[in-house]
Ligand binder design. Structure first.
Ligand code: HEC
Length: 164
């Protein structure tokens, strides 16, 4: 009897260990495969459509329903560098920036990277720049990652406008 039980237990143990080993190997293989797929997918979308944020109409619509109060909270991300009282800090003052000529604050030492964006800071130029400053104006001195949420961009622009 003891021998039989021992034999069964031993067989079971070997079976379980074999199963575990097989699963471990299988899992590693599966994960490696999955990562390859994910990377290929990311590269495809990246090279496919990087420069197009969202249609202009949508942003104008967002501006129409923007919430300046919520924008005040978003502006906390800008405060370290930008003021709204007409004085400059690390960045130029932003009161009046909507429809202001791009890079036009007298006495502020701009990088020169903003000029290619255009002439005037309209909503669309502001939105494009704030989405990803380094992509919109390569070499800009604005060390900020950007606001990926269109709603945040609309709200912060509305707040700046309301404080101007
Ligand atoms: C780490 C500092 C920093 C932060 C944070 C920052 N900025 Fe800037 N910003 C700058 C600098 C510096 C410039 C000038 C860029 C240049 O000359 O290339 C600038 C330029 C700008 C301009 C162009 C102004 C002009 O006169 O043409 C706008 C608009 C702007 N920032 C908006 C924002 C907003 C909105 C935020 C927050 C969501 C923000 N920035 C966060 C530093 C900053």
């Amino acid at each position: 009897m003891t021998k039989v039980v021992g034999g069964v237990c031993g067989a079971l143990l070997i079976y379980l260990m074999g199963k575990w080993a097989a699963e471990t190997v299988y899992h590693v293989g599966a994960e490696g495969h999955g990562e390859e797929h994910a990377a290929a997918y990311v590269i495809e979308t990246d090279s496919g459509e990087p420069a197009e944020p969202e249609p202009e109409v949508d942003f104008a619509e967002l501006m129409a329903s923007a919430d300046a109060g919520a924008g005040a909270r978003v502006f906390n991300k800008c405060k370290a560098c930008h003021k709204l009282d007409g004085t400059d800090g690390v960045g130029p003052h932003l009161n009046g920036v909507v429809n202001r000529d791009i890079a036009s604050v007298a006495g502020f030492n701009y990088s020169g990277a903003l000029a290619p964006i255009g002439d005037v800071w309209d909503y669309d130029h502001l939105s494009a720049f704030l989405t990803n400053p380094q992509a919109a104006a390569p070499g800009t001195a604005m060390g900020f990652n950007g606001l990926s949420s269109a709603e945040d961009r609309a709200n912060v622009i509305a707040y700046i406008e309301s404080e101007s």
